[in-house]
Design a binder for this molecule. Structure first.
Ligand SMILES: [Zn+2]
Length: 215
């Protein structure tokens, strides 16, 4: 089953004059995204429907099977077919456009370069390069705004991310990480992303609160 990578931008104001943007991407249904946004106290949302199926070229956007039950060494080696060409470049470009419009200079992205699938657009080098671009490519940047791309999770293990989420009171029961959820929205428990998430919960000594399609 092909999942549509949909995503949303959320704006939450840290204070009256410093709005910031948070990017979330998932194949989660909109009602769940709304619940996640509500639980985070999001003030304003924009949902941009970008249909990367017109290009295909990924197990998430094309008629290609999502790899299942891969072992950890396999997941950590090479770039798998679940890589979506230039996806985070596209997400950040949209976020940057909205940031410029609402005079925000801080953009937050939840990429991770530790327990991940080797995607090039999740690495610190990419984030730094995009930040440089943001400051060169926009009117606001040229006129003195210093855009900053924040990636607070980039160097955390999955277990550390989960512990931090629990510490911050994030409703993890509203989240999933699956590349290939069931028609009812249940995570498969077998794709790389589900396996990394489950490993993270195990290492954190916690139980994943979500239901999986095959338990
Ligand atoms: Zn899955």
């Amino acid at each position: 089953m092909i999942q549509l990578p949909r995503w949303q931008l959320q704006s939450r104001k840290a204070s009256k004059h410093t709005p910031f943007l948070l990017i979330t991407a998932s194949a989660t249904r909109s009602k769940w995204k709304r619940r996640v946004a509500d639980s985070l106290g999001v003030e304003e949302r924009r949902i941009a429907k970008i249909d990367l199926r017109v290009f295909g070229g990924s197990a998430l956007t094309d008629d290609v099977d999502v790899p299942k039950r891969r072992l950890e060494p396999e997941i950590g080696h090479g770039i798998p077919v679940t890589y979506v060409p230039a996806r985070n470049t596209i997400f950040l470009a949209y976020a940057l456009a909205w940031a410029e419009i609402i005079s925000a200079s801080d953009i937050f992205l939840g990429v991770n370069a530790i327990d991940y699938s080797g995607y090039p657009d999740c690495r610190p080098e990419f984030i730094e390069a995009f930040q440089t671009l943001a400051n060169l490519a926009t009117k606001a940047g040229v006129e003195g705004t210093r855009f900053q791309i924040h990636t607070p999770l980039i160097k955390f293990s999955k277990a550390e991310i989960i512990r931090k989420a629990v510490e911050l009171g994030v409703s993890l029961s509203l989240t999933h990480s699956c590349y290939d959820p069931s028609p009812e929205g249940l995570a498969c428990g077998q794709c790389d992303s589900c396996l990394l998430r489950l490993k993270g919960f195990r290492e954190a000594g916690l139980k994943d609160p979500i239901r999986y399609a095959k338990e």
